[in-house]
Design a protein around this ligand. Structure first.
Ligand SMILES: Cc1ncc(COP(=O)(O)O)c(C=O)c1O
Length: 395
């Protein structure tokens, strides 16, 4: 049962008629509201010109910033738009002033691109990247983190919900530590935005990144960065260009106000408008309700899979979300995903090379990843469990 009108939501989601879509951690299904906003905007670009359509839609484009700010309880001036979450994260991380002997503290379940960026930053600056251990449940060990924070620490970088493993890291506990130590805190909320509520002040993060296409149900090729008041003047934006900076005459320039000093000039405005529509819809549906339902569907899936002989669920942490990862003993994970796909069920698989620090301590990848969203039905969850049961039975 749900306090959401699931059938109504599904009727507004054309993809629901074609697939049992359990790949919302990859990219969720667009709603008719978002599709209409984007096709209308594209028509205007075709009919009156790209720059002219942008000018005409200035309010709508502004509304995307306002909606994102409302979604995470920030101010519109604290939001910068990007073409994905990775570029948003890079804009923040590569702007943290670092020198030899400085330290970045991070978790074991960081996204693959973040790990590579940390390695490059360490090579480039001489800073050290320290991986904080997990506690017994598999979430970041907050006590160990507290012990590691010292005068060398320049930044704490954490993924709130990792790409794999069901885990919800204790983002607000880490935020309290970062605040107390006056250390910059970059939080990757890529898998959180649209899945459950976010309040940047309550969490205490200084920078937060999100993507449009996952649980937010926005178009592909969209992302955003939040930069809070403690961070703005401490960051040295890693690129100056005509959107982010202003020539001040002679050989000098100034940064533009707010988070837009991290943006680039050109944008896909059809995507920006689509993102705005998706965010508005998420707010209207209600992130509390979305969060409860997606977590409940995740729990149903996890419990169903765990009961199957030969299937092991490898999810971590005290609090778990709508991302479920598992393996079927004796069956190649790719074959499991293919078998589900042949039955019309969309899933994805994890890769050890994209979960580098996790792979150092757990030999679990590749796993099949199933990620429901609020518009999935209980019957779809049960169908996926039945198909995995049949795969396991025919090993
Ligand atoms: C936890 C996490 N962070 C960051 C990213 C990168 O997001 P994007 O592909 O929008 O750059 C992903 C993508 O799967 C992710 O799962």
């Amino acid at each position: 049962m749900s306090d959401l009108d699931i059938e109504g939501m599904r009727a507004m989601t054309p993809g629901c008629a074609n697939r049992n879509h359990l790949n919302n951690a990859g990219a969720a299904l667009l709603s008719t509201v978002t599709i209409a906003a984007m096709t209308d905007y594209l028509q205007r670009e075709a009919l009156i010109g790209g720059y002219e359509a942008e000018a005409e839609a200035a309010d709508q484009i502004g509304a995307t910033y306002e909606s994102l700010a409302e979604l995470i309880r920030a101010l519109p001036t604290q939001i910068a738009l990007f073409d994905n979450s990775t570029h948003a994260w890079n804009a923040a991380c590569y702007s943290v002033p670092l020198g030899s002997g400085d330290r970045i503290l991070t978790g074991r379940n960081e996204y693959g691109s973040a790990v590579l960026a940390y390695l490059q930053l360490a090579q480039r600056t001489g800073a050290e990247v320290v991986v904080v251990p997990d506690d017994d449940s598999g979430q970041i060990d907050v006590a160990a983190l507290a012990d590691l924070v010292d005068e060398r620490t320049r930044m704490i970088g954490l993924t709130w919900v990792p790409t794999a493993g069901g885990l919800v890291n204790p983002a607000a506990e880490v935020g309290r530590l970062a605040r107390a130590a006056d250390v910059l805190y970059l939080l990757d909320a890529t898998q959180v935005v649209g899945q459950f509520p976010i309040d940047v002040s309550a969490i205490g993060c200084d920078m937060l990144t999100g993507t449009g296409r996952k649980f937010l149900r926005g178009p592909r090729g969209t992302g955003f960065l939040y930069v809070g008041p403690r961070a703005l003047d401490r960051l040295d934006p890693f690129v100056a260009e005509i959107r982010s900076a202003t020539w001040a005459g002679g050989r000098s320039f100034t940064w533009v106000d707010g988070a837009r000093r991290f943006e680039t000039w050109e944008n896909s405005y059809v995507n920006v408008v689509g993102l705005g529509a998706a965010v508005r819809q998420a707010i209207d549906v209600g992130l509390d309700r979305v969060g409860r339902r997606s977590a409940a569907l995740g729990a149903r899936l996890r419990a169903g899979l765990a009961q199957i002989g030969g299937v092991t669920v490898h999810d971590l942490g005290r609090e778990k979300c709508a991302i479920v990862t598992a393996r079927v003993a004796g069956v190649d994970t790719g074959d499991v995903a293919d078998a589900l796909s042949r039955r019309g069920i969309n899933v994805s698989t994890t890769v050890a090379e994209h979960n580098q620090f996790d792979s150092e301590v757990r030999d679990v990848h590749p796993m099949v990843r199933l990620s429901p969203h609020y518009y999935n039905t209980e019957a779809e969850i049960d169908q996926a469990v039945d198909v995995v049961r049949a795969i396991a039975a025919h090993r």
